[in-house]
Unconditional design. Structure first.
Length: 336
């Protein structure tokens, strides 16, 4: 090797080392910055307390609108309401997980006096909807005087309407569809198709109902009756909550709870919502409930973390892809 080539090789090596060192330093600075933001985001009102990650998620606060001295937080809720990251039956899993974490974050911040939900969803999982509803009620219970207002977009039906029951006031846009009070459970039967193409089901089970809703077997009458009983019980819970939170007679709600949807004006006439308006009307409604002239509305942004990279890589795992297969579950969802 001559002198020039050796010098060139050493130069390349030093360049690689320099890049690696700089990348390492950048990662350390990023990590330190995230820690600092997490601590600084807590603010003065957080100083006396320590919260777990689930109680006080690390989000960055962004000033959204308003110049009042009373703090409010905007909570977007769009797409299908599921708290797991992926559900094979639905292609558009929405922002439910982010909404739940945002509500918990706001609950732990005693400066937040109002939540304004921006809802555009056809519903989703029964338990997911119930968890978010409970989180809204916990937000109000944690500090007296707090208020929740929901503003409806194109659709706020079924599970999305269920969530909105935690609101002190519901505002729907003139073109919003809402309602669809009811429970849905769907599957499919491919027994005859399987027989035609030579696909056989092999199931080893401990009892006759262990593989209920198996797509390769017919649903027996007693199994259908059992599932219908569960659907009816969940439906009654939905009806009871609507009657309770909307201050309506149970029988009146039961008549409306056949899955139908309503435009904003009809929903207002029936007592399912409180007002027809737009986003700013919802913010004004929250201010009025708090008896203040204006609100300073914030929204949360998720901070980037190194773990997000690994989460994205996990999606390429064949095992993770298997979770995309359709699942059968009870739903508060509006089916078009």
């Amino acid at each position: 090797m001559n002198y020039k080539s050796g010098k060139h090789s050493h130069g390349c090596l030093w360049a690689v080392v320099t890049v690696v060192v700089l990348l390492g330093a950048a990662v350390l600075l990023l990590a330190a910055g995230l820690v600092w933001l997490g601590k600084s985001a807590r603010g003065p009102s957080m100083a006396r307390f320590e919260y777990g990650t689930d109680e006080f998620p690390r989000f960055r606060e962004v000033w959204s609108s308003g110049r009042g001295e009373t703090k409010a937080v905007m909570i977007p809720l769009s797409g299908m309401i599921f708290l797991d990251e992926n559900d094979g039956m639905w292609s558009a899993v929405g922002t439910a997980e982010m909404a739940l974490k945002s509500i918990r974050r706001a609950t732990a911040d005693n400066r937040v006096m109002a939540l304004v939900l921006d809802i555009d969803s056809g519903g989703g999982g029964i338990t997911a909807s119930d968890i978010i509803l409970q989180a809204l009620l916990d937000f109000k219970k944690a500090q007296p005087g707090r208020k929740v207002v929901s503003v409806f977009g194109d659709v706020a039906a079924s599970g999305a309407y269920y969530v909105a029951l935690g609101s002190d006031r519901i505002v729907a846009r003139p073109t919003s569809l809402t309602g669809s009070i009811g429970v849905l459970m769907q599957s499919f039967n491919i027994k005859e198709l399987g027989e035609k193409i030579g696909v056989k089901d092999i199931t080893i089970k401990s009892g006759k109902n262990k593989d209920i809703m198996n797509p390769f077997t017919d649903l027996a009458d007693d199994q259908r009756e059992m599932l219908q009983g569960i659907v009816d019980s969940l439906h009654e819970r939905f009806v009871g909550l609507v009657a309770e939170h909307r201050n309506l007679p149970v029988e009146q709600v039961r008549e409306l709870a056949d899955g139908r949807v309503f435009l904003a004006q009809e929903a207002l006439d029936l007592g399912l919502i409180d007002e027809i308006g737009h986003w700013q009307d919802g913010v004004s409604a929250a201010a009025s409930l708090l008896d203040v002239a204006d609100l300073k509305v914030f929204r949360y942004q998720k901070e980037f973390a190194i773990s997000d990279i690994f989460s994205a890589r996990a999606m390429l795992n064949p095992t993770a892809l298997l979770r995309q297969l359709p699942s059968t579950r009870f739903l508060y969802a509006w089916q078009l």
